[in-house]
Design a protein around this ligand. Structure first.
Ligand SMILES: Nc1ncnc2c1ncn2[C@@H]1O[C@H](COP(=O)(O)OP(=O)(O)OP(=O)(O)O)[C@@H](O)[C@H]1O
Ligand SMILES: [Mg+2]
Length: 434
């Protein structure tokens, strides 16, 4: 079997494919990120070398069917969308995808702050992996409703014998261990249905990761996460926010409305079909709503189906919906106590972030500095995926690459950059044996 590599910088006219024999190459692992959105499904296949460096070897995007507000509305639609999107990426990479890191979305995703405490022995006792697993268990068990799957447990802080502010208590001494954590969960039926849909396309969903958390992985720097930053992923039917501070994921929330609601509002108010509304939105509107108030927007073919609309009327419809979505996001940030408290500001991703000057609108709506996020951290990235709407697929591939890198050094503890909090429980159990 063969795989190909897309070369990056030197690539002027498009991806250059360099073929190499994969069966001869034991120095690589292949990983796949699969972003199953409400409107679009995107995938990135990457080759990971033994230093953990991930290089894109295949990618693709397609329209999705059978998804509603970020969750499967049936199985066949998402399954065939996944099958189609992977087909082309597999041909590009020469690699057959058997498993993937998959995005999960929807307002069902919850971020719950919890606490746990355990007695670990005498004051001389050194905290070990088993103690950490036990205190995590206490912090999670019974705090999350039974119809929810825990997607991640992010340890925020530990305390030993009442002394808090401890990030990593491993090897430290104490008799009483406390933990504060952020537990990310999703409704079990939605998780199961997403896994079933990917399975129907012959792909095992190895891990489900909230879309916005995956996007954050691809667009944020460690410094931003340390100082305090939020990522807002504006998709077609959802807008999600993830807040990072002190290096950790502090909060995740999802608003069940996105850029497609803007299109639908336009279609209704202007009495036009959604295709025309989409064209108006993407071609003529910017997030700087103060400009050219009195001009006319003309669309369609002259003398045939041409229509003319006052820009002010169009902008008022779009602005009203964006105002609503961003005020919901602001409410979420406020409830998590991060409103106006983010030194590194906001990073926007998703298809909605492609609206021209959306950062101007978001800056006014959220009273924070705003940037557009494009995926980083993957080698061999071509222009086609250097866009805010590929951030989720890129982040999923990066998460997968981190864990694939562990494959090369199974007897060592993970590198510092790989956080145990982002590691599934079965891997944590393996680490705890070393
Ligand atoms: N240039 C543009 N200007 C404005 N909106 C755009 C532009 N390009 C794409 N969009 C919008 O982005 C949306 C699609 O974004 P994306 O692909 O991130 O959604 P999704 O992941 O399928 O949905 P979700 O995350 O809500 O499940 C569409 O509503 C589309 O109109
Ligand atoms: Mg999305």
């Amino acid at each position: 079997m063969f795989a190909c590599k897309i070369l990056g910088e030197e690539n002027v006219t498009g991806p250059v494919l360099v073929w190499y024999n994969k069966t001869m190459d034991n120095d690589k692992r292949f990983v796949t990120g699969l972003d199953v959105g409400t409107e679009n499904v995107r995938t990135i296949i990457a080759a990971v070398d033994k230093d953990g460096v991930a290089t894109v070897v295949g990618y693709n995007e397609n329209k999705t069917t059978g998804m509603r507000k970020g969750v499967p509305a049936n199985l066949t639609g998402p399954a065939s969308s996944i099958d189609r999107v992977l087909g082309e990426a597999e041909r590009m990479s020469g690699y057959e995808v058997k498993s993937a890191y998959v995005s999960i979305n929807g307002s069902q995703i919850l971020s719950t702050k919890t606490e746990g405490m355990i007695a670990v022995g005498t004051a001389e006792h050194e905290i070990n992996e088993q103690d950490l697993a036990r205190v995590e268990d206490v912090a999670v068990t019974g705090r999350i409703p039974a119809n929810r799957d825990v997607l991640d447990v992010v340890p925020l802080e530990y305390a030993l014998d009442g002394q808090g502010g401890i990030k990593d208590p491993l090897g430290m001494s104490g008799a009483r261990l406390e933990m504060r954590a952020n537990v990310i969960s999703a409704l079990t039926p939605n998780c199961e249905n997403l896994k079933k849909a990917t399975m129907a396309a012959d792909v095992e969903a190895k891990r489900l990761i909230p879309s916005v958390v995956a996007a954050a992985k691809a667009v944020l720097t460690e410094r931003q996460k340390e100082n305090g930053v939020a990522v807002i992923d504006m998709g077609s039917a959802t807008t999600s926010v993830a807040v990072y501070e002190e290096g950790d994921l502090q909060y995740v929330g999802v608003v069940p409305a996105g850029s497609n609601n803007v299109t639908n509002d336009l279609a209704i108010v202007l009495a036009i079909d959604p295709e025309m509304a989409e064209e108006i939105k993407t071609r003529f509107v910017t997030g700087n709503f103060d400009s050219n108030k009195n001009s006319i927007i003309r669309i369609g073919k002259e003398g045939k189906n041409e229509r003319a609309f006052e820009r002010k009327e169009v902008e008022d419809v779009i602005k009203a919906r964006l105002d609503e979505i961003f005020s919901e996001i602001r409410k979420k940030l406020k409830s998590a106590r991060y409103d106006q408290r983010l030194p590194e500001g906001i990073v926007l991703t998703g298809g909605g972030a492609k609206m021209r000057d959306i950062e101007i609108f978001a800056k006014n709506a959220l009273e924070a500095s705003v940037k557009i996020g494009v995926p980083e951290g993957l080698g061999g990235v071509s222009e086609a995926i250097e866009k805010p709407d590929f951030a989720v697929a890129a982040g999923l591939a990066l998460f997968a690459a981190e864990e694939a890198a562990l494959d090369f050094t199974p007897s060592k503890t993970p590198k510092k950059s790989i956080k145990l909090s982002n590691t599934p429980n079965f891997l944590k159990k393996i680490f705890s044996k070393f």
